[in-house]
Design a protein around this ligand. Structure first.
Ligand code: FEO
Length: 395
């Protein structure tokens, strides 16, 4: 099933409505995803990216139904990760000599994964490929957005930026365009994608956005490799990225915890109530780490100005669920989040201090001594907890 994007450019990808996990099991995709591939038919025929490996045969069959594969003059591989390059093996068996345009790191990635000596053409930022009819493809390296090999490709005259992972979302919409889908879901999925995939590279995102803006290219469409295509006010997603890469936060506090016998849960709920009682404007969200998807929690912490993390003490340490989540959080390299730790204990009570110390390593600003509460909290302990929560708002 092909869809026209503009003039002689068609979408030739795959809409994966069933996908619920991505990057193995690391990223939840509640709304599915798409693998967007694009076919440009000017005097030259050029294919941009392919689809995830399980859909190789379908992808090649669909292409063969639409065009003579031997009419393809070039394949552009914006990024070697298998969700975009997976169908290359099946395709290149049919057209083994067709040049593949990619970055030097792209060659490394493709050779490393597929062990094939294809006809690679290495490109750098500013290199072009003439596709005829007065149009050119211009290549722009997008190093670390989000892999070292990533690049974007710009089609002149039609003013389409094929941005690959950047500006994408794991959002399967059959309409394929941003003006024809659920705007709340789109906003959330774009934010979740940024929070979990691009946050570690905030500084590079900022630099790359400045570089792209300086090029002053007219952009009518931003066509990423996942999710919907930005054709209505395409620069809206660029503006969002400008905000998100700048240590983004909203007036939100997120509390995450795990609990053994409900004591730490009581602390979490009391902290949330204590904050809300004093500050009517702040959004407070509470999640049990063991019962909540980790990429959803990262998304909420990304939006937050403060994160509070709780665990009871077991084996002189925090619960493994909390340790695992904190490790994931550290990978995100978020900056300028205020943080504090809390937890119940029966005997030794090391967990809150260990959490606090780890949060510091995550790049958070610790704003309070950890809150420790011995055994299950009674009324006096809950009042102290509420007071601890209220004083957090003074920082
Ligand atoms: Fe969508 Fe980095 O692959």
């Amino acid at each position: 099933m092909y869809k026209k994007i503009k003039n002689n450019v068609d979408w030739v990808g795959f809409i994966d409505t069933e996908l619920r996990q991505f990057h193995g099991s690391d990223f939840s995709t509640h709304e599915g995803s798409t693998y967007n591939s694009y076919l440009i038919r000017e005097q030259k025929t050029v294919l941009i990216d392919t689809v995830y490996r399980p859909y190789s045969d379908l992808f090649v069959r669909n292409l063969e139904h639409e065009i003579d594969l031997n009419s393809i003059d070039a394949v552009v591989v914006n990024h070697g990760e298998v969700d975009h390059s997976g169908a290359l093996v099946a395709l290149m068996e049919k057209i083994p000599d067709v040049p593949i345009y990619c970055t030097a790191k792209g060659v490394d990635s493709l050779q490393g994964q597929y062990h094939k000596e294809w006809n690679y053409h290495v490109v750098k930022t500013g290199d072009t490929l003439d596709v005829g009819n007065g149009k050119q493809l211009v290549f722009v390296e997008m190093t670390m957005l989000h892999w070292p090999d990533s690049m974007a490709t710009y089609l002149t005259e039609d003013n389409i930026l094929f941005s690959n992972d950047a500006f994408g979302q794991h959002y399967a919409s059959n309409s394929l365009f941003n003006d024809n889908c659920d705007q709340c879901a789109l906003e959330y999925e774009a934010l979740k994608y940024y929070a979990n995939i691009l946050t570690p590279f905030n500084v590079l995102v900022k630099r790359k956005l400045e570089q792209i803006i300086k090029l002053d290219l007219p952009i009518d469409i931003i066509a990423p490799s996942h999710g919907v295509i930005w054709r209505d006010d395409p620069l809206q997603i660029v503006k969002r990225y400008s905000r998100w890469c700048d240590d983004y936060q909203e007036n939100q506090i997120t509390i995450v915890y795990d609990t053994m016998w409900e004591g730490t849960r009581m602390l979490a709920d009391t902290i949330a109530a204590g904050i809300s009682a004093v500050d009517k404007d702040v959004t407070v969200k509470v999640f049990n780490i063991a019962k909540t998807d980790k990429t959803d929690m990262i998304t909420e912490i990304f939006r937050s100005k403060m994160v509070l993390v709780g665990s009871p003490t077991v084996g002189n340490d925090m619960l493994s669920s909390v340790a695992g989540f904190l490790h994931f959080f550290k990978e995100m390299k978020m900056k300028k989040k205020k943080a504090a730790a809390f937890g119940c204990y029966g005997w030794t009570g090391e967990a809150p201090a260990k959490i606090s110390s780890f949060l510091e390593k995550c790049g958070c600003g610790i704003i309070s001594e950890p809150l420790r509460s011995k055994w299950n909290p009674a009324q006096k302990a809950l009042e102290e907890t509420s007071a601890w929560a209220r004083q957090l708002l003074t920082y």
